[in-house]
Design a protein around this ligand. Sequence first.
Ligand SMILES: NC(=O)C1=CN([C@@H]2O[C@H](COP(=O)(O)OP(=O)(O)OC[C@H]3O[C@@H](n4cnc5c(N)ncnc54)[C@H](OP(=O)(O)O)[C@@H]3O)[C@@H](O)[C@H]2O)C=CC1
Ligand SMILES: Nc1nc(=O)c2c([nH]1)NC[C@@H]1CN(c3ccc(C(=O)N[C@@H](CCC(=O)O)C(=O)O)cc3)C=[N+]21
Ligand SMILES: [Mg+2]
Length: 303
Amino acid sequence: MSVSGTSTPGEARLIDGKGFANRLTQDIAEDVRTFYARHQVTPGLAVVLVGNDPASEVYVRNKALQTHRAGMRSFMHMLPETTSQEELLALIGRLNVDPEIHGILVQLPLPGGLDPVAVTNAIDPRKDVDGLGVVNAGRLALGLPGIVPCTPLGCLLLLKSYVGDLRGLNAMVVGASNLVGRPMAQLLLREGCTVTVAHIDTRNPQALARQADILVVATGCSGLVTGEWIKPGATVIDVGISRVRLDNGKTRLVGDVVFDEARRIAGQITPVPGGVGPMTIACLLRNTMQAARELVEGAGGGV
Ligand SMILES: NC(=O)C1=CN([C@@H]2O[C@H](COP(=O)(O)OP(=O)(O)OC[C@H]3O[C@@H](n4cnc5c(N)ncnc54)[C@H](OP(=O)(O)O)[C@@H]3O)[C@@H](O)[C@H]2O)C=CC1
Ligand SMILES: Nc1nc(=O)c2c([nH]1)NC[C@@H]1CN(c3ccc(C(=O)N[C@@H](CCC(=O)O)C(=O)O)cc3)C=[N+]21
Ligand SMILES: [Mg+2]
């Protein structure tokens, strides 16, 4: 890999998020066994899903599987669409004081009428394994240790493994949500990148993207990023997940990047599926292990 973080164009190297996530999950399983031997405690993760959102259902299904693979306990709370804010806050209050629970994740988006800010911030910051509350988000913004949101953390682990030292590289994040884009930009800044963040009002994002050695795309707009957006040899991380219908009536998952075009120009690129998605789940397990350690051992630290 050259020092600019880019490599020779041609056919981009595939970034194997699925394989990386599998190895990470095996390492976490080892940590879970060691932790149990020391404390007789098994890390427990509570996932709260209100109503039915298709993207969240994919996530919840994969998450339950991987939690068990890591030797952790998972506690599913499927609530009806009609759940009130008071009922949801009461559940979080119980999970906050439950000694079997070390991590709490409330699936977003929530049905209308429920306030995601109030709900997210009702979670004990020590159990906020999504890292979305003001305490963990603030720690990240200040460069302090805390719990880092799973998807940006997963992207960063891939970048550190496939690019190496990120210092001085031009990074662009397309999308500025609290869940992905913003914390991603914070992490890249912390790693020494020069960071540009694009959102819906950004003028000519393509011209900005073409300067980027690292391009992270998280908008939910399939097909947004074409080959012309990409600096030859750049590393492209596609966070987007959309389900598209094919001519034969079947559906398929696609990212925000036009993969076949991007692959000819980028130096390395994540596929969808098999890229960022599995990393998000592995990082959720990693954050739950970290939270269990801090709750049980009172250790400081974090990423
Ligand atoms: N692979 C994984 O593990 C995960 C995947 N996802 C996927 O990632 C995508 C993004 O998720 P999330 O961040 O939660 O989505 P949000 O809808 O919350 O945020 C999307 C962001 O992208 C911006 N945006 C939308 N359209 C454009 C555009 N045409 N040009 C530039 N910016 C644009 C929005 O701008 P503005 O703020 O101005 O509205 C917003 O900042 C979705 O497809 C989601 O399913 C999400 C989480 C995990
Ligand atoms: N509080 C909260 N935190 C989240 O992190 C969160 C959320 N809410 N709401 C929904 C989005 C979406 N999301 C996904 C994570 C992994 C896959 C995933 O495992 N994808 C695999 C498999 C996809 C498949 O084959 O079905 C892949 O891309 O290879 C998908 C989607 C997390 N999200
Ligand atoms: Mg939005």
